[in-house]
Design a protein around this ligand. Structure first.
Ligand code: ASP
Ligand code: MG
Length: 408
């Protein structure tokens, strides 16, 4: 007998029929003798619908009221799923975040979980209930409803698995696992049996949107065994997210992530002296704009240098305005921007012990006439910023060059 936490995303509970399907799957696990905690998202589209309603009234909706509003989506699904389970003859009981007491900080719309009181859940589980918990929501110290940020039900699932010391946390979604890259771009993309936490974090933060990043961090920190599976298939092992030391054999490259939303800003002719990076990026940070890649060259003439960084495309206009001011303040020659860029990254823990990966990547891109505008590397990742219009081509040729369609 195992204790399993299963999280079902919005599409998996998107209609009454699908909710009944989820109930059937849960029943199968119960029949095998397992204890099951189910975490559900709102029905697909519901959270967006609620946010839309709020914005018809307030252009910047009050955060506390927003959380009261959007948390209703999950409250609907926990009740419906519990009813569906009861109809199948199972004992089931729903809990909102506050009822469990998933205690969070008070940062409305992006709260962090502080603690979980698992007492009541455990009692119900031991009494043979399926426990159904609303994802995405919690409660702060003062009793205000909070939410955990978009996609936050994943984090609820992982956090409950950690608190209950569950044997496994299964994330059911509309894809059957984590792929080497997006199959819509590369039809030969292959489902991975395993991927390490570190790689998954890179894949997620680089734009492969299978899991909320925070849930992966959480699972890594608390050693929760995490598996991504499809709720639309009867069988299948999905993808297990593992620790590097547990992984049997590691391919050199596990996957290719990409991000279309990069915009690049270059400050030319920057005085080459201490404090300049801060003078450029300080005001950007103050405006709450996240900076991704940063590159500064050596000053060729010993007096000036060039400074390039990327931001999310949505922040591009605002960042350019800030930089125009910075330019005159620090006496830089020119500021140039390009919001038609994209980032492609190779990810793999095997890079640590293999050389030649970067050169193979650049050779492959060059053969297609794709210019690498910016390059950055970490221990398990190489990222290149390229012209947006070559993104799909780049992903395809790299996938082939590194033989990702073949199992390692
Ligand atoms: N319903 C929330 C959202 O759409 C939380 C989730 O689905 O994980 O972001
Ligand atoms: Mg999701």
């Amino acid at each position: 007998m195992a204790l399993i936490v299963q999280k079902y995303g919005g599409t998996s509970v998107g209609s009454i029929e699908r909710i009944k399907n989820v109930a059937q799957r849960v029943a199968r696990f119960k029949a095998q003798g397992h204890q099951v905690v189910v975490v559900v998202s709102a029905m697909t589209g519901e959270t967006n619908r609620l946010i839309g309603l709020a914005k018809e009234i307030q252009s910047h909706p009050d955060p506390r009221e927003m959380d009261v509003l959007v948390s209703t989506g999950e409250q609907v699904t926990i009740a419906l799923l519990s009813m569906a389970l009861m109809e199948m003859g199972l004992k089931a009981k729903s809990y909102t975040g506050a009822q469990v007491r998933i205690l969070t900080d008070a940062a409305h719309t992006k709260a962090r979980i502080l603690s979980i009181d698992e007492e009541n859940l455990r009692r119900d589980l031991n009494a043979g209930h399926v426990v159904v918990v609303a994802g995405f929501q919690g409660v702060d110290e003062k009793g205000n409803i909070t939410t955990l940020g978009r996609g936050g039900s994943d984090t609820t699932g992982v956090a409950l698995a950690a608190a209950l010391k569950a044997d496994e946390c299964q994330i059911y979604t509309d894809v059957d696992g984590v792929y080497t890259t997006d199959p819509r771009i590369v039809p030969e993309a292959r489902k991975l049996k395993t991927i390490t936490f570190e790689e998954m974090l890179e894949m997620a933060s680089l734009g492969s949107k299978v899991l909320q990043i925070r849930s992966v961090e959480f699972a890594g920190k608390y050693k929760v065994k995490l598996r991504v599976l499809s709720s639309f298939e009867e069988e299948g092992e999905g993808t297990l997210i593992t620790f590097e030391e547990d992984a049997m054999e590691q391919p050199i490259i596990s996957g290719i992530a990409f991000n279309r939303d990069e915009a690049k800003i270059t400050v030319l002719g920057v005085p080459d002296r201490p404090g300049i990076a801060y003078a450029i990026l300080g005001p950007v940070a103050e405006a709450n704009i996240d900076v991704d890649m940063i590159i500064q060259n050596v000053g060729a003439d010993g007096t000036t240098t060039d400074f390039t960084f990327t931001v999310h495309r949505n922040d591009f206009t605002k960042a350019m305005e800030i930089l125009k001011k910075v330019q005159s303040a620090i006496g830089a020659r020119e500021v140039k921007g390009d919001d038609k860029t994209a980032k492609v990254s190779l990810v793999g823990v095997g890079m640590r012990s293999h050389s030649g990966i970067a050169s193979n990547m650049f050779k492959t891109l060059a053969a297609e006439g794709i210019n690498s505008q910016m390059i950055s590397t970490s221990e398990i990742k190489i990222s290149v910023v390229i012209d947006e219009k070559y993104l799909e081509l780049a992903v395809r040729v790299l996938h082939k060059a590194f033989n990702l369609e073949q199992a390692a």
